[in-house]
Structures are given as structure tokens and as C-alpha cells.
Design a binder for this molecule. Structure first.
Ligand code: UD1
Length: 418
């Protein structure tokens, strides 16, 4: 078992490069299923979730070949069109093969992903729109069986601006007969990236980044040659690592516009932030103010940075009320922060954080999910003494070499195998 050991209390400084976005890369790799032939993706991070995606693509008779951060995917005629439980349970985003396979082959069987630590995470907003496009769907024995002679475009209004649901239906609609209008869609940068990639493959899509996306179906698409956008959640985590240590950190090769909500919050706390075309710098600050935070769909504050921001608030001057509005159970890090001495009153979706600079002490803690792992590492960086974070397989799902990047900024952090 690997753990991460941190001896904190040291201000970070220097420059660090952002990796490719996990949440953008995953749908792009599934979009490859829409076109036969050799696809080439650049800036694909080396992560466990990408390995799981490759495993699923291999299972669907695709070949994958990695050189550094380039990933080539050759899509052949599939044999079995099945996404089995053993792969889907490791990574919920596997459900993103549903739309592309159904649209291109007219049938697919995908295991239900089930709930996960942060909430129940149903897939009704993937299933119902596909039914509206003409799919026949049955759920039996833990699997979704979907068939369709030909999907036909329609007007679909999402009840909630789901990221994965928007992506799945966008992909399916590229090969529909006629025009599909998707309303109340997610506006996340990863959705925009998917639309751009699909357009480069020959899809006719308009409106990405707004709440209405229009897709005119085409008969077939070309293989993609596409580079993944930088990971805004990783960039935000690195900025917060600089902030919580009172350090001076410049995060490069990122998209400052995608980090607007975080940059605003940091400024409200009293941090001085500088931005350039593709970089953001947080400057040293000895004492910052507590501010309240509500997570929201993009362009609001991302739920994927809530845990890391909470770590920052444990060191703030004052009390912060943090409200999680996307997932119903995304405060598991609260108990672990409390083990380090944080004073947080959690309720169902609201946590009241009583800031106390220097009030944390190193402790053994356990990561409960991907972003909670990052939160605990940040808390460890701000703390004198030794913090040992276990269950870091969660971290490896979504952060490329985080400990090496932090060590490059001067953090005393290392991975140990027990
Ligand atoms: C994606 C991100 C995840 C991020 C989340 C919200 C990927 C691989 N993951 O997850 O990191 O935290 O967006 O920004 O990109 N919901 C339903 N029915 C559905 C689908 C979703 O009720 O069919 C609910 C979910 O339970 C949740 C909310 O909608 O409460 C948001 O989920 P969604 O936007 O779909 O998140 P994901 O795409 O799963």
C-alpha cells in the first residue's frame, strides 16, 4: 500500500506546469468510438482513470498505444458491444460509451455504474434523453440494454445541467437523423472541448459554452487528431497549495478564464493574484479572511475544488460557510480534517469552518475520494509535523504526479510503499 508523507509548514515557491485535463480527456476518448480508424490525442494525462478507459476501449476491440502524453486509439469493428461491470465499477465515466456506441451500432449493453462515495449519482439524465431520441432501453440484471434502428433528433430540455449527461447525448446526436437541440446543458470547459473535438471530426455542433447546444446529425465522422485542454481542477489545486502555505506559486500552461470563480474567491480572501495569457500566480499572504462558498455548475465555483478550498478555510481568519450544491455527500474530508484539529461543524450539505491559523497538527489520515485526497495533502502542507495520507489510489485516479509537482515547489512530500 502506498501512502503520501508530508512534513509541512514550508511556504511553496516557484513555477509548476498543468497537466492535460482528466475530465476532458475521458469523453474525448469515448468520442473516438464514433468513428472507425486511427485517432490521435495529445496532452493525455497518465492516470488510473485513463488506464480504465483504455481497458474498456480494448474490451470493445479498439487498440490503444501510448507514447508519453500522446494516446493513439484505433477503432476497429467491435465484437461484443458490452461495457462489463468489472470495468465500469472502477470508473463511473465508463457510462460515456453508451451514447457513441448506440448511435453508431444501434445496440449496446453497459453495466449500471451504481452509487459512489460522494452521492447516489443516478444516470436518468443519460437514459431519458436517449429514449427521447428513439432508443429502446431496458434495465435488467444490473445492465442497461439499449437498441435503436436509427436515432432521430429532437428538442431535449435537461432537468439539471449534468456534465456527463450533456456529453453522452451530444455524442449520440452527432450521428442522429436530423437536428437535436439540447437545452439547459452543462457549460463546463470540458463540454466545450468535447464539442470542438467532435467538430474537428466532422460533426455539426453549435452553441457549446452556452446553455443551448444544437447538433445537426451527419452520416459518419472522421477519426480525431486533437489535444486535450489543461486541467483546471489540477491548476486550482496547485494554486490553493501555494495559497495555504503562504507561498508564491505560478501555475503555467493553464487557462485563467476557466479558473475565474476560484481566482475571485482567493481575491475575496485577500490574496493577490496575477494572471497572464496562460498562467496564474498567487502571491504570499500571511493572513487571509474566511469567505463563504457555494458550489455551482460552471461558471460557478466547481464542486471538484470544494474540499481543497475547505482546507484553506481551516487556516483563515473568521468563519466560512461552505455549501455543497452538486453532490449530496461530499463532506467526507471533514472528519479527516477534524482528526488534524480542524474545527468544522458539518450538516448535510453545509459545513461551517471555524478558521484557526496554525491550528492543525500532523496526523495519519485517510483519503475517501479523489478531491478529498488533495484536500488532505493541502492541509498537510500547511501543518507543522508529519501527515500521512493513506488510500491514495483515489489520488492516482485523477492527479498526474502531484507529489512530484509539489516537491518541485519545495514541499517536503514523498510517496512511500508500506
Ligand atoms: C462530472 C465530473 C466530476 C464533477 C461533476 C460536477 C467527469 C468525468 N466528472 O461528473 O468530476 O464533480 O461533473 O461538475 O467529468 N445527476 C442526476 N442524474 C443523472 C446525472 C447526474 O441526477 O443522470 C446528478 C448527480 O447525481 C449530481 C449532479 O447531477 O448530483 C451533477 O452530476 P453530473 O454533472 O452529471 O456529474 P458527472 O458528469 O457524473
Amino acid at each position: 500500500m502506498d501512502v503520501i508523507v508530508i512534513n509541512g509548514g514550508k511556504a511553496l515557491s516557484g513555477s509548476v506546469t498543468t497537466s492535460g485535463s482528466k475530465n476532458a480527456a475521458l469523453p474525448l476518448l469515448f468520442a473516438a468510438l464514433l468513428a472507425k480508424g486511427e485517432h490521435s490525442f495529445e496532452n493525455v494525462p497518465q492516470l488510473k482513470d485513463i488506464d480504465s478507459t483504455e481497458l474498456l476501449l480494448n474490451h470493445l476491440n479498439c487498440e490503444t498505444y501510448r507514447t508519453g502524453n500522446q494516446l493513439k486509439v484505433t477503432v476497429n469493428e467491435p465484437g461484443e458491444l458490452v461495457a462489463p461491470y468489472d470495468i465500469v465499477r472502477k470508473m463511473r465515466a465508463s457510462i460515456l460509451c453508451l451514447g457513441p456506441l448506440l448511435a453508431r451500432h444501434g445496440r449496446v449493453k453497459v453495466s449500471l455504474p451504481g452509487g459512489c462515495a460522494i452521492g447516489s449519482r443516478p444516470i436518468n439524465l443519460h437514459i431519458e434523453p436517449l429514449q427521447q431520441l428513439g432508443a429502446h432501453i431496458e434495465i435488467e440484471n444490473g445492465y442497461v440494454f439499449a437498441t435503436a434502428k436509427k436515432l432521430v433528433g429532437d428538442r431535449i430540455v435537461f432537468d439539471f445541467a449534468t456534465v456527463g449527461g450533456t456529453e453522452n447525448i451530444m455524442m449520440a446526436a452527432t450521428l442522429c437523423r436530423g437536428t437535436t437541440v439540447l437545452e439547459n446543458v452543462a457549460r463546463e470547459p470540458e463540454v466545450v472541448d468535447l464539442a470542438r473535438c467532435l467538430r474537428s471530426m466532422g460533426a455539426k455542433i453549435e452553441g457549446e459554452g452556452t446553455s443551448t447546444i444544437t447538433i445537426e446529425g451527419v452520416d459518419e465522422l472522421e477519426p480525431a487528431a486533437y489535444s486535450v485542454i489543461p486541467d483546471r481542477i489540477e491548476a486550482g489545486t496547485l494554486l490553493l497549495a501555494g495559497a495555504i502555505t503562504g507561498g508564491d506559486v505560478k501555475v503555467v500552461k493553464c487557462v485563467p478564464g476557466d479558473l475565474y470563480a476560484l481566482i475571485n474567491k482567493l481575491a475575496d480572501c485577500g490574496f493577490e493574484i496575477e494572471t497572464g495569457e496562460d498562467w496564474v500566480r498567487v502571491k504570499p499572504c500571511k493572513q487571509w479572511r474566511a469567505v463563504d462558498l457555494d458550489t455551482a455548475p460552471h461558471p460557478g465555483f466547481p464542486t471538484d475544488l470544494q474540499a481543497q478550498f475547505m482546507a484553506l478555510m481551516t487556516q483563515a481568519n473568521g468563519t466560512s460557510v461552505i455549501t455543497e450544491r452538486i453532490f449530496e455527500n461530499r463532506f467526507m474530508h471533514v472528519q479527516e480534517l477534524a482528526r488534524m484539529g480542524a474545527n468544522i461543524t458539518p450538516e448535510t450539505q453545509v459545513a461551517v469552518v471555524h478558521g484557526n491559523k496554525g491550528g492543525l497538527s500532523g496526523a495519519p489520515v485517510m483519503a475517501t475520494d479523489l478531491r478529498a485526497s488533495a484536500c488532505l495533502i493541502l492541509a498537510g502542507l500547511a501543518t507543522e509535523g508529519e501527515t500521512v495520507v493513506s488510500r491514495i489510489y483515489h489520488l492516482d485516479r485523477g492527479y498526474e504526479n502531484l507529489e512530484a509537482k509539489l516537491a518541485g515547489l519545495g514541499a517536503r512530500i514523498e510517496r512511500r510503499s508500506l
